[in-house]
Design a protein around this ligand. Structure first.
Ligand code: FES
Ligand code: FES
Length: 156
């Protein structure tokens, strides 16, 4: 089946099997491997992307369901020239070690702060509770997201 959607601000059209999930489509067909796959059944959050502004698990969405929508992956958060304030805060606070969970963490945090730039630590923890990390112990991740809030408050 042919599916068309916007990917990181650019239109894409791709041929997929009806059963292919969006994560495989992004990684295998569109060669954007920043979206990671861990559990492939909606538990780990590594595959999180944004569809029309909402953070979703791309292992639970069929590629054909993305038809006509705007998909943002971790590659779409920053330019090649610079990191975003959120990414900079992750680096500053050592909010990643192996980095496997990081794309999903960044997307979830970006979706949250875009909607709620004043989110407190409890809300951040709740939002990130669906993203599993085996390395950092979460405290640096929450600290990074707390620090990044200032940049989202400044956005128009
Ligand atoms: S790979 Fe999608 S939630 Fe784990
Ligand atoms: S940094 Fe390794 S799983 Fe999160």
């Amino acid at each position: 089946m042919r599916v068309s959607f916007e990917l990181n601000g650019k239109p894409v059209e791709v041929e997929v099997e009806p059963r292919m999930h969006l994560a495989d489509c992004l990684r295998e067909e569109l060669r954007l491997t920043g979206t990671h796959l861990g559990c492939e059944h909606g538990v780990c959050g590594a595959c999180t992307v944004m569809i029309d502004g909402e953070a979703v698990r791309s292992c639970l969405v069929l590629a054909v369901q993305a038809e006509g929508s705007a998909v943002t992956t971790v590659e779409g958060l920053s330019t090649e020239e610079s990191l975003t304030p959120l990414q900079t805060a992750f680096r500053k606070h050592h909010a990643l070690q192996c980095g496997f969970c990081t794309p999903g963490m960044l997307i979830t945090a970006h979706a949250l702060l875009s909607e709620a730039p004043d989110a407190d630590a409890d809300r951040i923890r709740t939002a990130l509770s669906g993203n599993l990390c085996r390395c950092t112990g979460y405290i640096p991740i929450v600290e990074a997201v707390l620090e990044a809030r200032a940049a989202y408050r400044k956005k128009p």
